[in-house]
Ligand binder design. Structure first.
Ligand code: FAQ
Length: 310
């Protein structure tokens, strides 16, 4: 019987059909999805911190309203993704506990500081831009609940990317000091954004299996290249430069060549030694503790009204 279920799973993946929560799936497929979806959900909620840092100092009411909406969207993305992960038989409590005790990861990118207002623009343009490049193919992921969650998330990420781009354009066309601030932010965020796509293909431990299962549709390096090719012309329109002297069009590859990525820096950030790792984790744990009474009240309310309904 196990063989028949396994064959049905393989056939569904081969036919580009969706695997749904009640379908049989290999344990390793389930574990991979839990790892990736949890890491993705954690990234969304930790990713609220660097931008929330600027809400109280946004330069206008309009900019503040836009930024607040964006940060709220990230919370929403986290919630869809935790719910989607729960369909695999794990609880949100368990996943949060793993985040808080360092047993699950969140994206390397959120361990960098947002030093100026221009960083809000650079995060929108580059970080959300990289996120969309990586996530659009996830709308075709073989696991149904993840693929469907990605559709709405990608639409919202597109809005986020545009707000960042528009913000940077305004600064770039502003005073010389504003232009310099925009350039400095791009200089600091460019390389960490390229690292978001994960290690190079030959060092990516999960890629081959995840691509066979159609969880991932493209390799880390393919998506990184796609992102570079999208960004170069956008930087030209912005009037900003990308901090890579080796960046140039390669006519034979029909793609931009780019300089070497500092993978030692990436590994250090993953080990917890990035500029903001400790701060991000402390703030996350504190937010969770301070929210205990809200969760308790919710559970008490549900128990009381659940009884009434029964
Ligand atoms: N950071 O074998 P691979 C956002 C780990 S966007 C930290 O290549 P895989 C939106 C990896 O877990 C950011 N760790 O792994 C937003 C593995 O570790 P393990 C979130 C990383 O999974 C914008 C090891 O390295 N997006 O939040 C990173 O096949 C603005 C080997 O790597 C997603 O999570 C990294 N960058 O490919 C929010 C997208 N890269 O478990 C707020 C979904 C790799 O063996 C504000 N995830 N690692 O110890 C994916 O597409 C994949 O998981 C990859 C990595 C492509 C990230």
């Amino acid at each position: 019987e196990q063989d028949a279920m396994s064959a049905a799973f393989d056939a569904a993946v081969a036919a580009d059909a969706r695997i749904e929560p009640r379908d049989w799936m290999p344990d390793a497929y389930r574990a991979t999805l839990i790892r990736q979806m949890a890491q993705h959900a954690h990234s969304e909620i930790i990713g609220m911190q660097p931008e929330a840092n600027w809400i109280s100092r946004a330069p206008s009411l309009r900019r503040k309203a836009i930024l607040m909406a964006k940060v709220q969207d990230e919370a929403g993305h986290g919630l869809y993704l935790y719910s989607a992960a729960e369909t695999l038989g794990v609880s949100r409590d368990e996943l949060l506990d793993k985040l808080h005790t360092g047993r699950q990861r969140y994206s390397s990118i959120f361990n960098y500081p947002t030093l100026t207002w221009a960083d809000v623009g650079a995060v929108g343009w580059l970080v959300d831009g990289a996120a969309i490049t990586n996530q659009v193919p996830l709308c075709r992921c073989s696991y149904g609940p993840y693929a469907r969650a990605m559709v709405r998330i990608c639409k919202e990420e597109s809005f986020h990317q545009r707000q960042g781009y528009e913000l940077l354009l305004a600064l770039s066309r502003g005073t010389p000091a504003q232009h310099a601030m925009a350039q400095d932010a791009v200089d600091r965020w460019w390389w960490p954004s390229l690292m978001m796509f994960g290690p190079p293909d030959d060092e990516s431990s999960h890629s081959a299996q995840s691509m066979t299962w159609k969880i991932k549709r493209h390799s880390n390096d393919e998506l990184r290249q796609r992102f570079v090719d999208i960004c170069v012309p956008q930087a030209e329109v912005l009037g900003l430069t990308l901090p890579d002297p080796e960046l140039r069009w390669n006519a034979s590859r029909e793609a931009y060549d780019y300089g070497p990525i500092d993978w030692t820096e990436f590994q250090e950030v993953l080990r917890g030694n990035g500029p903001c790792n400790d701060q991000r984790m402390e703030q996350r744990r504190a937010a969770h503790e301070e929210g205990t009474w809200v969760r308790d009240a919710g559970v008490a309310y549900a128990a009381k009204h659940g009884e009434a309904a029964a």
